[in-house]
Design a protein around this ligand. Structure first.
Ligand code: NAD
Length: 500
């Protein structure tokens, strides 16, 4: 029997769940562990910890005291990057290099959380009327429930939780059941950094666990990242239980290439942002939109040539450009999307369906797959394909490229390659995407800018990181204050609403 990866509540590891599910190494398909699935009672236990006096004292601690823990967490993340990258790679399948890149972005999020006092400090107005001073403060919301996807086992959780904890909240986190181990490693780092027990709790699990979190009256806010279908459900159910919810969901990111662009740079960007991490990124470029026939023909040749050089391999194979997809089901879904696209009449120019790794023949590998002549009627355009199958779509003008980009239900990211400032300006003003790139492959902003898509790529008004995240994890109070000696001078009572 494989070891059970359990929950973490009040600084203790708990493995007594009745239900467990398998955890695989996608590179080989070996079942490497079982993941405990929390029921409502275990969720209640975690929430009880997160509302304990220990957790409340954390909310009352000074900014300076809380920041000492965040600083230390950063140091530990840097010192233990190699171990963490191994844990991520083994359960996710991404290469060690990519896992280290993810950890780097997680550290960047932790660094931004050190700005919590600055981004949450309030406003002050002296003597607004009759010696009354008014000021606003931001206080922690209380317990934050975090629900995270498989594709970034540490970056998304660290970005969310570093800020939520930094401003004084306690956490109940449900990681993806496909990649549960990075969460326990993260718990170890928090503990070593000096975070009091009860502030950071993990409940592993599935829908049952998520539902229990959404229904629990003592969870004040839910941060969700994952697919659009589940995100919409979490948003609706969470808000109906009177929680604030921020849900960051699917993407279908278009890359427009103008005739004047540096085509070599555009092709490099498409291949790296398109196939990196086996295309399992919400900000992966999915569709290439060259403007004009000549651009399309030249770009197609460049992209084919570069894509053909990509190599697949196990997460710990240093020669691999990308690894396996996350699961057998995911592989099946991607293969079906490719079959459907062939049936719908797109031109299959690179076919990775039959790819088999020479050693790990059971691993969930798919070779890089490329279509040309994808159209907006095809499912391949409409769906988020979370695996290494990308498409080209022919468009004749910038107008058409913007129209195609904006017609999609998702609005996470989009990119333009051009040498013309006016064209770039028009593009970023008119596309309905939350993150826009100009001559850059992945427009994932640095952590001190707000991150979040538009349309059905995001539910709720907040952002995943940046100053907006700090606001999401705090509630605003406005205080009007007058001191006794001033009160004494103002003895008369008036019931009228007045400014004096
Ligand atoms: P997912 O929606 O399957 O799972 C996300 C979380 O929801 C997991 O913790 C999972 O256990 C839980 N969950 C799954 N089914 C559930 C159900 N029926 N009810 C309640 N909870 C459920 O997503 P995933 O496959 O883990 O991640 C990939 C998706 O996440 C992609 O769509 C990707 O675009 C998206 N994503 C978005 C962003 C962003 O910032 N917009 C970032 C990363 C990933």
């Amino acid at each position: 029997m494989n070891q059970v990866i359990g929950h973490y509540i009040s600084g203790q590891h708990i493995r007594d769940s009745q239900h467990t599910g398998p955890v695989f190494n996608p590179s080989t398909r070996a079942e490497i562990a079982r993941c405990a699935y929390a029921d409502a009672a275990t969720v209640a236990r975690a929430v009880q910890a997160a509302t304990s006096s220990n957790a409340k004292n954390w909310a009352k601690a000074s900014h300076a005291a809380r920041l000492q823990v965040i600083y230390k967490l950063r140091e530990l993340m840097i010192a233990r990057t190699d171990e963490l990258a191994e844990i991520i790679g083994r359960e996710h399948g991404k290469t060690i290099l990519d896992a280290k890149g993810e950890i780097g972005r997680a550290i960047e999020g932790i660094e931004f959380a050190c700005n919590a006092p600055h981004v949450t400090k309030g406003e002050y107005a002296r003597n607004v009327a009759g010696d009354i001073d008014v000021f606003s403060i931001r206080v922690p919301v209380g317990v934050v429930g975090c629900i995270t996807p498989f594709n970034f086992p540490i970056m998304i959780p660290a970005v969310m939780m570093a800020m939520a904890v930094s401003v004084g909240n306690a956490i109940v986190w449900k990681p993806s059941e496909k990649v549960p181990s990075a969460a326990l490693f993260f718990a170890e780092l928090w503990k070593e950094a000096g975070l009091p027990d009860d502030v950071f709790n993990i409940v592993q699990g599935d829908k049952v666990t998520v539902d229990a979190m959404l229904e629990h009256p003592d969870i004040a806010a839910i941060s969700f990242v994952g697919s659009t279908q589940i995100g919409e459900y979490v948003y609706q159910k969470g808000t109906s239980h009177n929680k604030r919810v921020a849900a960051f969901t699917g993407g279908k990111n278009h890359m427009v290439v103008m005739p004047d662009a540096d085509l070599e740079a555009a092709a490099n960007a498409f291949v790296s942002a398109g196939f990196g991490s086996a295309s399992q990124r919400c900000m992966a470029v999915s569709l290439l939109l060259p403007v004009g026939e000549e651009t399309a023909l030249k770009l197609r040749e460049l992209v084919i040539e570069k894509t053909k050089t990509l190599s697949m391999g196990a997460y710990n194979d240093p020669t691999a450009d990308f690894g396996a997809v996350i699961s057998a089901q995911s592989k099946q879904t991607v293969l079906q999307a490719i079959d459907q696209c062939v049936a719908d009449g797109a031109e299959l120019i690179l076919d990775g369906r039959a790819y088999q790794h020479p050693i790990h023949q059971n691993g969930y590998y798919i070779g890089p797959t490329l279509f040309d002549h994808v159209t907006t009627e095809m499912d391949f355009y409409k769906q988020e394909v979370f695996g290494p199958a990308r498409g080209m779509m022919r468009v004749s003008s910038l107008d058409e490229a913007i129209d195609v980009t904006n017609r999609h239900e998702f609005g996470n990211g989009s990119v333009i390659f051009t040498r013309d400032g006016k064209t770039a300006n028009r593009f970023f003003m008119e596309v309905e995407s939350g993150m826009v790139g100009v001559n850059v492959p992945v427009p994932l902003p640095v952590s001190y800018f707000n991150f979040g898509g538009l349309r059905r790529s995001k539910f709720g008004e907040s952002h995943l990181y940046g100053p907006d995240a700090a606001r999401f994890y705090t509630k605003l109070k406005t205080i009007s204050q007058k001191w006794p000696d001033a009160v004494e001078q103002d003895q008369a009572i008036s019931l009228a609403f007045k400014i004096t």
